[in-house]
Design a protein around this ligand. Structure first.
Ligand SMILES: Cc1cc2nc3c(=O)[nH]c(=O)nc-3n(C[C@H](O)[C@H](O)[C@H](O)COP(=O)(O)OP(=O)(O)OC[C@H]3O[C@@H](n4cnc5c(N)ncnc54)[C@H](O)[C@@H]3O)c2cc1C
Length: 362
C-alpha cells in the first residue's frame, strides 16, 4: 500500500487543546494490581463438592478489553451445567459482564462481592482497548492465541454496539505517540517484567493503521505516530453495567469469602468466580502475579479529546478525569503494594506540562 503523503493526512491534529497539566489539578492518585497469569486467564470449570465453579479471572492488563469475550466463554460453561440460577462472585469488569451475559441467556443471577464499584480494582484501570496488555507471557502465547483472538473479537463487537450511548461509556479517540521525546528518566532503566506474548497481529484488522506525522504537521515539536483507539469512560460505563444488571432483576449481596468452602453454603449450584486478584488468596492460586499500576487523575477537560504517549508517560482523556500514568518504570512486577506514590505522579504531570509548554498553538 502506498503511504499517504503529508498533504493527504488529516490536519485536525492542529487543533488539539492543551492539557492543563498542573499538580494542583490532581484530584486523586490510584493504585491497583493487574492480576497476571503467565498462561493467560483461568477460564475453566472446577467441581467443588456439589457445586460447579467456573473460574473467570487473571486478565492482567486486559480485563476490560477482553471482558465480554472471556465472560461469554464462562457463561457458556455455566449454562452447560443446566442450571437457571447463577451466582457470580465479584463485581468488577469480569463479574459484571458475566452477570449480564447470563441474564441475557435467561438465567436469574445474584452477584456476591466484598466490594462494588467504585471500590473495585477495575475502576482504577486506564480505560483503553488494550486486549494484549500483560495477558500472558511469550512462552504461552502460541497455545493461548486462538482463545485470546476469540475473546478479543467478541469483546470488540460488543463494544461497537455501545458507541453513541448517553454518557459516552465507550468512544473512539485519536492518540499521539511522541517519537524521540527527550528522555525524562535515565535511559539505562531496563524492564524487570517478563517477555509478554505479542498477539496483536491477529486482530490488526480491528483498528485503523497508525501513521507517522512529521514535524510541522502537528502541534508537537517532534514527529508523532497517530493511532485510533477505543476508550472506556469507566465511571459512566460501570454505572451503566450496574444499572442494566439491576434493571433486569439482578440481585447483589455484599459479602467476603475467606475460604472456598463458604461457597458451598450458597443457594446457587453453579457459580462464576470473577474475583480477579482476590482469587490468589481465596483459591490459593499463586500463579496470579500482581503487577502494580498507578494513575493520577486531573480535573476533567471535556475539550481534550486525544490520548498522548511518550515512552515514559501516558495521558488518557477520560470524561471522568484526565489520567496520567508513568509507563516503562520498574519495580511493579510481583508488587502488591497499594500505597500511592504521589511524587511519581506529580513528576509525570510535570513532564506532561513540559510537552504542553512546547506545543504550537493555533
Ligand atoms: C494501572 C492499571 C491500568 C489498567 N488499564 C487497563 C486498560 O486500559 N484496559 C484494560 O482492559 N485493562 C486495564 N487494566 C487491567 C484491568 O483493570 C484488570 O484486568 C481488571 O480490572 C480485572 O477485573 P476483575 O473483574 O477480574 O477484578 P476486580 O476489578 O478486582 O474485581 C474483583 C471483584 O471480586 C471481589 N472479590 C475479590 N475477592 C473476593 C473475596 N474473597 N470475596 C468476595 N468478593 C471478592 C471484589 O470485591 C470485586 O468486586 C489496568 C490495570 C491497572 C492496574
Amino acid at each position: 500500500m502506498v503511504p499517504p503523503t503529508v498533504a493527504q493526512l488529516d490536519t485536525s491534529v492542529a487543533e488539539l487543546v492543551p492539557v492543563r497539566a498542573q499538580v494542583d489539578r490532581i484530584t486523586g492518585v490510584y493504585v491497583c494490581t493487574r492480576p497476571f497469569r503467565a498462561a493467560g486467564p483461568r477460564i475453566e470449570l472446577e467441581k467443588l463438592g456439589r457445586k460447579a465453579i467456573v473460574h473467570n479471572y487473571g486478565h492482567g492488563g486486559s480485563g476490560w478489553s477482553l471482558s465480554w469475550g472471556s465472560s461469554a466463554l464462562a457463561v457458556d460453561m455455566a449454562r452447560a451445567t443446566g442450571v437457571r440460577e447463577l451466582g457470580v462472585i465479584g463485581c468488577g469488569a469480569l463479574g459484571l459482564t458475566s452477570a449480564l451475559l447470563a441474564q441475557r441467556a435467561g438465567m436469574s443471577v445474584r452477584i456476591y462481592a466484598k466490594a462494588l464499584p467504585p471500590d473495585v480494582f477495575s475502576m482504577r484501570a486506564s480505560g483503553l482497548w488494550t486486549p494484549h496488555s500483560r495477558i500472558c507471557d511469550a512462552q504461552h502465547a502460541a497455545d493461548f492465541g486462538d482463545r485470546w483472538e476469540t475473546m478479543a473479537r467478541t469483546s470488540y463487537a460488543m463494544y461497537q454496539s455501545m458507541l453513541g450511548l448517553p454518557g459516552d461509556p465507550i468512544e473512539w479517540i485519536d492518540g499521539y505517540h511522541l517519537l524521540d521525546a527527550a528522555p525524562a528518566q535515565p535511559s539505562e532503566a531496563v524492564s524487570d517484567e517478563p517477555d509478554y506474548g505479542d498477539l496483536s497481529d491477529r486482530i490488526s484488522d480491528l483498528a485503523p493503521n497508525s501513521v507517522t506525522l512529521p514535524v510541522g504537521s502537528t502541534p508537537f515539536q517532534q514527529p508523532v505516530r497517530r493511532f485510533s483507539i477505543m476508550m472506556f469512560n469507566i465511571t459512566s460505563y460501570a454505572r451503566m453495567l450496574m444499572s442494566d444488571f439491576l434493571l433486569a432483576g439482578g440481585k447483589i449481596v455484599v459479602r467476603e469469602f475467606t475460604h472456598p468452602r463458604q461457597l458451598l453454603a450458597l443457594p446457587e449450584r453453579t457459580l462464576i468466580n470473577a474475583t480477579g486478584y482476590g482469587a490468589r488468596a481465596l483459591f490459593s492460586d499463586e500463579s496470579i502475579i500482581p503487577i502494580r499500576g498507578q494513575t493520577a487523575r486531573l480535573i476533567p477537560q471535556p475539550d481534550v479529546n486525544y490520548a498522548l504517549n511518550t515512552s515514559h508517560l501516558s495521558m488518557v482523556p477520560r470524561r471522568d478525569g484526565l489520567l496520567v500514568q508513568v509507563i516503562g518504570d520498574t519495580g511493579n512486577f510481583n508488587n502488591s503494594d497499594l500505597t500511592p506514590d504521589r511524587a511519581a505522579s506529580e513528576a509525570a504531570v510535570r513532564q506532561l506540562a513540559d510537552i504542553m509548554a512546547t506545543m504550537r498553538r493555533t
